[in-house]
Design a protein around this ligand. Sequence first.
Ligand code: FDA
Length: 391
Amino acid sequence: MDQADVVILGAGAAGLFCAGEAVGRGLRTVVIERAARPGEKIRISGGGRCNFTNLATARDRFLSRNARFCASALAGFSAQEFVAMVDQAGIAWHEKTLGQLFCDGKATQIIDLLLSRMRGADLRLGTAVTGVERRGEGFLVATSAGPILARQVVVATGGKSIPKMGATGIGYDIAKDFGLRLVDTRPGLVPLTFAEQDLDLCRPLAGVSVEAEIAHGGGRFRDALLFTHRGLSGPVILQISSFWQPGEAITVDLAPGVDVARQLKETRGQAGRVAVATALSRLLPERLAQAIASEAGLPEARLADQPNAVLDRLGARVNRWVLRPVGSEGYRTAEVTLGGVDTRDLDAKTLQARDVPGLFFIGECVDVTGWLGGYNFQWAWASARAAGKAL
Ligand code: FDA
C-alpha cells in the first residue's frame, strides 16, 4: 500500500506551508487536495493581491473560545518572518493600511512561493479525502484515489466558507471521529443582510462609502462602510459580522469623532440660512446627507427653522444609527468560518490532538479566527509552522 511519513489533508494556505516544513525535515510528504489547483483561496484573496500578513498580529486580533490558545503558535512564527520569506522570493509588496501587507503584483506569487518551499512533496490534486482511521501506530487515510498509510496526519482542510471553491468541512468530521470536541461554526467576515425598511435607505445609496465606527460584542472597528443594493458591506461591516449574533441590533456611527448635533447647532448659530442637507454634507458624503435630511422630512429645510430637539434627533441618526440585521450572506460569501475544532483538545504548542498522538489540526479548521486584514493567513502560516516543528 501507498505509504508516507506525513499526509497533509488540504493544499490551502496552512497545508502548503506545512508541507514546506515537513519536506524541510526530510519527511516523505503527501499532500491531498480535492480541487484541481492548490491554494485557490490565496489566489482570490485580497482582491487578487493577497493580504498575506499583518504587522500588528497579536492574540487580541483573533476570536476563539480560548483567547490565549493562539499565542504560542503566533509567537513561534511572526509576521516579520513571513515578510522575510516574501522578500527572499523577490515578491514586491506594500502596506495598504493598518499593517496590512499586500503583493504589488498577483496573489499567485504567494502560491508559487509556497510550492517552491515544498519541492519534493507529492502533491495529489483532484483527490478527495473521505476519512481517516487509526491503523497500528499510524493512520489509514481514505481518498478517492485509494488508501494511504501515514505515520502522521495533518488536517488542513479549512472551514465551510465558499463551498463552490471546495470547502467541505471534512476536518470537523475527522475531529469528531477521533473524539475531539467542536465549537459551533458560523460564517464570519461576511456582509450582513437587512429588512426591507432598511434597504429602502441603502439601495438608492448603493456605491456610497463613508468611514464609520461600530462597537459590538466586544469588537470595535472604524473603517469604510459601503452602501449596496443588498444592504451594507465594506470592511467595518465584515469585521463586526464576526462579533454579531442573529437577532442582535448594531449601532453605527456614521461620523465617528464628530458630535453631529453640536456641529449642526453651531452652524445654525453662525449661518442659519444654510439648508440642513448642506450642513450635513459637510460631515458626510453628499448623497448620504441628502438621504438623511429627506428621511427626516427636511429635504429643503433651513437650519435656522429647526429647534434643538430636531437637531438632536438628526445627530443621533448619524452618530447612533440602530439597525437590526436579519441575517448574513452566509458561507456563500463569508471569508472565514468561526468556531471549529475545540482548542481544549489540542496542544497549543504543536496543534496536535491531545489524545491522538500523530494527528494535527491547523489553519481555519481550528477554533481560531482572525480579524479582517491578513490575520487569517498569518494564523495559517504560524499554526503550520508549530505543527511542522513537531512532525
Ligand atoms: P483553505 O480553505 O485555504 O484550504 C483548505 C483546502 O482543503 C482547500 O484547498 C480545499 O479544497 C481542501 N479540501 C477541503 N476538503 C477536502 C477534502 N475532503 N479532500 C481534499 N481536500 C479538501 N485571509 C487573509 O489573511 N488575507 C486575505 O486577503 C484574505 N482574503 C480572503 C478572500 C476571500 C474571498 C476568502 C474566501 C477568504 C480570504 N481570507 C483572507 C481568508 C483565508 O483565505 C483563509 O483564512 C485561509 O485560506 C485558511 O487557510 P486553510 O489552509 O486553513 O484553509
